[in-house]
Design a protein around this ligand. Structure first.
Ligand code: 9D3
Length: 377
């Protein structure tokens, strides 16, 4: 197993001792799973004052980090190891660091993190040398050092072995978009503060149900942005497209007859999905991933997908024959993609490849060995 190597370019290498020397990251470094090398940018200053920053051209507040000094530092760091590394600049202007970005970064064998101070770094360095700009959130810090440590901590957890044997970042809360349920341990009562009754009995089905309710309830209260859009029948949040076509969630069981007719017209072999109870179960599991297009109160297209926690599967897409070639299938699929992404799904697949699914290629899906279409979300 090749370790993950971080090289950090900073004016304050001392800031990193402490946070990265305890607990899990310490163990990961000691066992060689993660390497962290710190580099002082000031060592690459060339003038007699060892200056690393200068006044901004055009005037304005503060100082700007010099392109020549940063480039010398990066050039030196690149000679120290292979491969050249993916250069990440921590900046308030960057894209937000999310679970998805963390997982993407974890694929690189070497990350070079550039921490800014002052007002930022000369834009030419960013244009020429930086692969990705990342922020850790919308609040102002004094520099990129703490963000770099946050990134190192989050990415290191994805290196196999860092978390220990059983734990896997794959089946964590963020993966399905819901927050975690509350936890309790002994004593069962303290100062009269009691542990919820259901957890003390041995009824595992009831415990599981209670925990799932807690997860959904907490997510609704604290992070409604992570729940799939929920529409109440009639009062639908919808897109109104060209010619009054609107996309909405499939309503069960009201839309079942229209759905059956669409599947038939599209030539789908009747299968397990045609059992209304199966459809109900699918909707229970991933509400919002089955959508229809409606025009003048008539359902003219439908797309049904499911999400089992690993990847989303697009089972069926059908557009009424009289309404084809209007972009309706694409609108349904992109709605499903958005909603799947919102619940933490990272990949969607469609198999088998039928003639009706060929349009997925133009939506950015890639064909997988002629057997399936796949898209990373
Ligand atoms: C006056 C304009 N400021 C931008 C909002 C200047 C500025 C403030 C703070 C420039 C750099 C910084 C230092 N912050 C970081 O380098 C930084 C950061 C952050 O402040 N918040 C969230 N994520 C990050 S990543 C790097």
């Amino acid at each position: 197993m090749t370790p993950l190597r971080f090289d950090v370019l900073t004016l304050f290498p001392g800031a990193f001792t402490g946070p990265l020397d305890v607990s899990m990251i310490r163990r990961a470094r000691e066992s060689g799973l993660v390497e962290i090398a710190l580099h002082d940018i000031r060592e690459h200053a060339t003038d007699r004052h060892r200056s690393v920053d200068d006044y901004p051209f055009g005037g304005g507040q503060g100082m700007v980090m010099r392109v020549d000094v940063l480039d010398a530092a990066l050039g030196h760091v690149r000679t120290l190891a292979e491969p050249p590394g993916h250069v990440v600049y921590l900046t308030p202007q960057g894209e937000p660091l999310t679970d998805r970005v963390v997982r993407q970064l974890a694929h690189h064998p070497r990350l070079i993190l550039v921490c800014g101070r002052y007002e930022g770094v000369d834009e030419r360095f960013i244009e020429q040398r930086v692969d990705r700009e990342i922020s850790i959130g919308d609040y102002v810090l004094t520099g990129g050092e703490l963000p770099a440590m946050v990134l190192i901590d989050a990415v290191s957890r994805h290196v196999p072995g860092v978390l220990g044997d059983e734990a896997s970042p794959a089946d964590e809360s963020f993966a399905d978009g819901l927050l975690e349920h509350p936890q309790y341990t002994r004593p069962a009562e303290y100062h009269g503060w009691k542990v919820p009754e259901v957890l003390l009995g041995g009824d595992h089905a009831s415990i599981e149900r209670w925990r799932q309710e807690q997860r959904v309830e907490r997510t609704r209260a604290r992070r409604p942005d992570r729940l799939p859009p929920q529409e109440s029948a009639g009062q639908d949040r919808h897109k109104v497209g060209i010619n009054g076509v609107r996309v909405r969630s499939l309503n069960y069981p009201a839309d079942v007859p229209a759905l059956a007719q669409l599947w038939r017209a599209a030539g789908y072999e009747p299968g397990p999905l045609d059992e209304p109870r199966r459809l109900a179960a699918l909707l229970d599991h991933a509400p919002g991933l089955a959508v229809v297009a409606e025009q003048a109160g008539q359902v003219i297209a439908a797309a049904v997908a499911g999400f089992d926690g690993l990847q989303a599967d697009l089972y069926r897409v059908a557009v009424d024959p009289a309404n084809r070639r209007r972009g309706i299938g694409s609108a349904l699929v992109s709605t499903i993609e958005d909603r799947a992404r919102q619940i933490g799904c990272q990949r969607i697949a469609a198999a088998p490849v039928t003639a009706e699914m060929m349009f997925l290629g133009s939506l950015g899906w890639r064909e997988w060995r002629g057997l399936a279409y796949v898209r990373d979300l």
